[in-house]
Design a protein around this ligand. Sequence first.
Ligand code: SAH
Length: 402
Amino acid sequence: MPKKPHAPIHLAEPSIKLSARGAARLQARHPWVYRSDIIGANDIPPGALVRVLDQRGKFLGTALYSSSSQIAIRMISHGSVADLPALVAERIRAAIAYRKENDLVNDTDAYRIVFSEADFLPGLIVDRYNDVLSVQILTQAMDARPVREAILQTLREQLQPSGIVERVDARIREIEQLPPRASGLLWGDKSSTEVRMNGVRFYHDGLEGQKTGAFLDQRENYAAAARYAHGEALDAFCYQGGFALHLAAKCASVVGVDSSRPALEMAEKNSTLNGRELEWIEANAFDLLRDYAAANRRYDTIVLDPPAFAKTKRDLEKALGGYKELNLRAMKMLRPGGILVTCSCSFHVGAADFLGVLAAAAQDAHKTLRVVENRGAARDHPILLNVPETSYLQCMILIASD
Ligand code: SAH
């Protein structure tokens, strides 16, 4: 008599109990629960899938566990998950389809394909630069080998890239207690390429530069700024020339300012690529704006896109002071009818805070300005409602009155 087949072996998934406060956070549809809201999480391996229970043992869903981060769990499903690599593959396909079906990406071959929590893949970022993909892995669960393999295989199947590059954030690997690793090619043989945004061409080196190489979240704002830009323009914190090169088509002259020499070297190459002549100045933009304002320089178009001033909530007051100072100087230098494109990428600075700062700056500059566009990140960087961390970028376009 044939033997009875063995029942499939189900290794019991570890489970985790949440305090009432932790459960309330999930009820509010935020996917993160902090370690202080976890009761009972013994011997859970780093990066494990965990069943999440409330205090009374009621099943709330499945999460990714981190043994070291203050964010102990990130929810991945309200149901059970049998196979994490398969779920990750399915979610990547869904992220690609979401952008396609809703026609979110226009006039470019450089855009974000996966935006972590906002695409239901906490800890994974994927950007596309034409035929080169750039991947960032930010959590223990996403770093597990079978998950990495699923990410690569799905991206190759769906997008047929020439190269897939990983950009490593050493600080995040330290927080997640993951072994150090270097940025580099994960697949294929190509890590640099050329991209287009709104008809403007840019070189892309997947292993250099800030973030994954470019500030793709500003892509739609470049086109918006160019709609109003005119006359003499100043792009402060220009990086590789994202705004400046878009302004060049509309302006008589454009000056870009940044403190990073490598960024300006790339900006210069990008201007040659587009057959444009711009002026690039390596300087501290705070000092330069102060000096230019004191010297009564005037511009018709000014862009301010500084790095995040408020990295934590504690920095908020200081950050608001920094934004006010920059905007005050820029407003003073605007000619009547001039355009100010002003950005904040500090998540802790909300839209109301930023508007408040701009209003205070206008008051001190004795200027009247109107907001023509109140913008955020490009649509391929979705904002997940109830997850404020996904809404971090403000971009206001203002016009100075005569
Ligand atoms: N507008 C750019 C992105 C700007 S990111 C784009 O769309 O591509 C912020 C830039 O500010 C970085 O390039 C960084 O090198 C630069 N930066 C940081 N501190 C600075 C300072 N004090 N003065 C000038 N540039 C600075």
